[in-house]
Unconditional design. Sequence first.
Length: 347
Amino acid sequence: MTIWFAIGQPQWGVARLACFPSSLCLLASLLSSEALSAQAQAPQQPGAEPASGTQSSQGAPDLLELSPVRPTQNEISGSADYFFGQGTVTFPELFSLRNSGFALGSSPDVGIADRKSDYFGATISYSFGQAWYLDLSYARGYSSATGPIRFRNAIGDPLDLNTTFTIDDDWYQAYVRYTFPALRFTRLSAYLRAGISFVQADLHATNTRPPPLGGSYEQTDRTDDIIGNVGFGLVYFVYRGNRAKLGLQLEGEGFYGHRSQDSREDLHNFDPYPIVNARIDNNLYGGLGRSTVRFEYALGHRGVFKLSADAGMEVKYTRIQYSDFGIGTLDELLWGPYAKIGLKYSF
């Protein structure tokens, strides 16, 4: 006899007890066993549906639930990113030809060309304590640009040579980053970071007109930058599920540094003088801003692996001070879509 049967038919149960007093002991025993069974099932999660009659009191664990994760000390992560930029780039013109003795009719100048760029990067990070982090990153850029090289001669009108540029640059960066531990398990996350960057770039320019009308002008330019960086980051998670999180992220950075350029120009169809390279030194400074949507997903039963993905826009603004010949300060702008994917492991 079950509890459901005894309660479902009370009149029948009372009659049985009246006829057979010894059944009181049996009923008390059944009530006691059912009460103990109910107490054993009490710690179930709030709102959970009762188990069916054909299901045991210990159901299979929910595979979508994460086990409680104890705070970890170490974290290591890796990520890859891509940036497609478009904007402007500056380049020296006629510095090397002047040093080689050409009568140009005017002082060397700095030209501006429209550019398109592809940047591929990778970053590795390590932290002990998950407050201070060391970030090491590398990025490779491929750029193409078009713009005029202007010869301001003393006789006749200035001559503009439409020129095609290619730029390959390598970025080596090291950062120390501090995250705020008090925000670790909240909707808001923030960091501050500071570091140093070393950049090597190779520019190659040729006249875009085919021979024999063109192909006479060529420039090769080697550039080395040493830059200091200070930045911040904020992310607010508008959705936080058991495994997935979706947030809005804002990152910013300011930088200042020194640039050294070794420039060489050749006029292959008119070369009466030996070519002498020009050494140009500049200071540069500016800022970088990035706005993205961030998605995170915890992998594995304990969630110690986390996959992340960012997508949004990046803008970089640079001011370059050309102290030579009183040229002044020129601007460069690069902006476009940005994407990043990463994986981190806490242990």
